[in-house]
Design a binder for this molecule. Structure first.
Ligand code: SAH
Length: 350
């Protein structure tokens, strides 16, 4: 595999450049291009012989934009990236009033097996590297220019805490002034709830927002839709959340996809509120994106409203997440799943 330059810190890149027999100052020049999303061909202030030398052994952008789908409804962009080994992963650019958010993947596929999620349909193929994740951010940032990305969410395909080594390195990298300098408070990491790794994240000294995919008010319902819940009880997950809050001083966000007749009754809302009482948290209610491959349907709008109202009455801070990009396979893993089934030519691009 080629050396991925995008994941390196400036000092690592400087060392690497020196091992190639080049002066260390070239590292900053290269890095300036990398974070603009540029490939070797564009690095015009570097000597041609240097580029010729490193090109066969290093990659400037280990991810490439392969497809770009722009929503006619709200300007959301779904990107399909190709990686050097031929795998593909998704990313989504979302435009809000307060800025631009990029949602990125952390693995190719996912091993967690959640019943409602398209990312996990073919299991996990591999972890993404720091360099690939950084490259996706650089390319997305290039596409939104002149407005830079202001927020990142690790909510694409994959379980970020099943890839802690690369994901933690990525978080340190992307928040650095030598990279995109995105404040940790502007980054959300979403997990299906791996308590040990949540504690490790708390100890990383980063101020990222921890989002936890709860999706149920008790173990029984949680186990019926999330296999990982058989390994970790809700109590264990909530304990790890309390630890995160205590260590970082940040509130935790709970994601709760409302699934018709599975987890959307008012009793479920009541039980959820009692489990979360006293915690510094916010509940994000997500109208389920129907996944055809799975026989689970979204709750009705009226039921979502009733569920939200019940939580609010019980003094639990909660909101319903706006749905973006419905016309471009906005939900996790949907575009990739679609692409694995239908070759590009047959479908007609949007
Ligand atoms: N593995 C991580 C992050 C990726 S998924 C996690 O589990 O949190 C990002 C969010 O989208 C999670 O809350 C996930 O449960 C949710 N999600 C997946 N499929 C969905 C669907 N069909 N409808 C609504 N939300 C979905």
């Amino acid at each position: 595999m080629k050396t991925q330059l995008t994941g390196m810190s400036l000092s690592q890149l400087t060392d690497w450049v020196k091992t190639q027999g080049e002066p260390g100052f070239r590292a900053r020049q290269i890095n300036d291009w990398l974070k603009k999303g540029a490939d070797f061909e564009e690095m015009r202030n570097l000597p041609a012989n240097l580029i010729e030398k490193i090109k066969p052994i290093a990659s400037a952008q280990p991810a490439q934009v392969m497809e770009r789908h722009v929503s006619k409804l709200d300007g959301t962009e779904k990107l399909l990236f190709s990686l050097e080994d031929g795998h593909t992963v998704e990313g989504v650019i979302m435009r809000y009033r307060h800025g631009i958010t990029f949602c990125l993947s952390t693995q190719v596929g996912c091993a967690m097996g959640c019943a409602f999620c398209a990312s996990t349909l073919n299991g996990k193929l591999r972890d993404l590297t720091t360099g690939e994740m950084a490259s996706m951010c650089y390319l997305a940032n290039r596409l939104t220019a002149p407005v830079p990305l202001s927020n990142l969410v690790l909510m694409g395909s994959g379980e970020p805490l099943d890839n802690t080594r690369e994901v933690f390195a990525f978080l340190h990298h992307i928040t650095s002034p030598d990279s995109l300098n995105i404040g940790a408070r502007h980054i959300s990491l979403s997990t299906c709830g791996l308590p040990d790794q949540m504690r490790l994240l708390a100890q990383e000294g980063l101020q990222v927002t921890l989002s936890v995919s709860l999706h149920a008010p008790n173990d029984q319902i949680r186990q019926s839709i999330m296999p990982i819940a058989r390994a970790h009880s809700m109590d264990a997950v909530l304990d790890a959340c309390r630890y995160y809050i205590q260590q970082t001083g940040r509130r935790v966000v709970f994601e709760y996809a409302l699934i018709r007749d599975v987890n959307d009754s008012l009793d479920n809302a009541q039980e959820l509120a009692s489990r979360l009482r006293g915690m510094q948290c916010h509940v994000n209610l997500i109208p389920l994106n129907d996944v055809k491959e799975r026989a689970l349907r979204a709750s009705t709008k009226a039921q979502v409203e009733r569920f939200l109202n019940r939580l609010t009455e019980l003094n639990i801070s909660a909101t319903v997440r706006r749905q973006l990009g419905d016309d471009i396979f906005g939900a996790c893993g949907q575009l990739r799943a679609q692409r694995l089934k239908t070759p590009l030519m047959e479908e007609g691009r949007s």
